[in-house]
Design a protein around this ligand. Structure first.
Ligand SMILES: C[S@@+](CC[C@H](N)C(=O)[O-])C[C@H]1O[C@@H](n2cnc3c(N)ncnc32)[C@H](O)[C@@H]1O
Length: 272
């Protein structure tokens, strides 16, 4: 099945017999919203690649640092977070509204379990707004058409695509989706991405993902840091560029220097 076909044929049904990325991610992050099949697949992948749990946590920590920068120094007041995941600690709206209570956040995800937990993502501050779209990244125009209910696209928006583009197997389609989304953003908007790679752990990561692709859904496609950097073409990439997400402006440096790299690379860029 192609990416586009599976987008339109998706049924709003929670399948507890197949491991799913949102639930396995929740498991690695220490959450409770997962089933036995997710824990089993999560444990198997972690046995093959023990660093995967640190990777999931480094990904989530990057989300916090990136949003604190965007809502703080960069002054962004609107966020579109596609591929939200199950509610966990430090959800996008919580981090953004800690800095700017008036921040407006739109979440979008295509997993029915995330939809069923959306209430926990809609706990906006009184000054701000949160909305949730049951939408598919492979249909970006549909997400944009619903996001205008909440976001003013004539003003800067931070588009967050965290841990989701590696679920689009066709690389040209993934680039096209990002281009179509960023084309709708006003100058001064931002794009934040993190994406799995095998640049650090090589064959161990590739084998773990091959196993995931046998037992889990949706499938994952690893991309090189150079391929990940291409998502930012036409935008001004902020320092330190595309790096392992543990090394994107780390809050604390260990005594030995930089934190250990994980196989999740990220970047933040500004639309000129
Ligand atoms: C690994 S989780 C990442 C969650 C969160 N963004 C984070 O970084 O912690 C990936 C999320 O993307 C969602 N997802 C996968 N493919 C998607 C698609 N085509 N459209 C919308 N959401 C998708 C999954 O349901 C899941 O919630």
């Amino acid at each position: 099945m192609t990416d586009r076909q599976s987008a339109s044929s998706q049924k709003p049904k929670i399948d507890t017999t197949i491991a799913h990325t949102a639930r396995i991610w929740n498991y690695w992050l220490g959450g409770k919203d997962n089933f036995a099949v997710d824990r089993e697949a999560g444990d198997k992948v972690a046995a093959m690649l023990p660093s995967i749990v640190a990777q999931a946590r480094a990904d989530r920590a990057f989300l916090g640092r990136a949003i604190r920068y965007l809502a703080g120094e960069a002054g962004v007041r609107q966020f579109l977070d596609i591929g939200t995941g199950l509610p966990t600690v430090e959800n996008t709206h919580e981090v953004a509204q800690q800095v700017a209570p008036e921040a407006r956040i739109v979440y979008a995800d295509n997993d029915p379990l995330v939809l069923s937990h959306a209430r926990a993502l809609l706990t906006s501050s009184p000054e701000g707004v949160c909305d949730y779209i049951d939408g598919d990244l492979r249909e970006p125009e549909k997400i944009l058409a619903q996001a205008v209910r909440t976001l003013d696209f004539t003003r800067p928006v931070a588009l967050m695509l965290l841990g989701v583009l590696h679920h689009i197997s066709d690389t040209d389609l993934a680039y096209s989706i990002v281009r179509r989304l960023t084309a709708a953003l006003a100058p001064g908007s931002f794009l934040a991405i993190n994406h799995s790679t095998s640049a650090i752990h090589g064959a161990a990561m590739e084998e773990a993902v091959a196993h995931w692709n046998l037992v889990g859904t949706p499938s994952m496609t690893l991309r090189s840091p150079q391929q990940i950097a291409r998502f930012f073409d036409g935008l001004d990439l902020l320092e330190p560029g595309v790096v392992s997400c543990s090394r994107w402006r780390p809050a604390l440096r260990s005594a030995g220097g930089q934190p250990a790299e994980v196989d999740e690379f990220c970047g933040v860029a500004r639309k000129p």
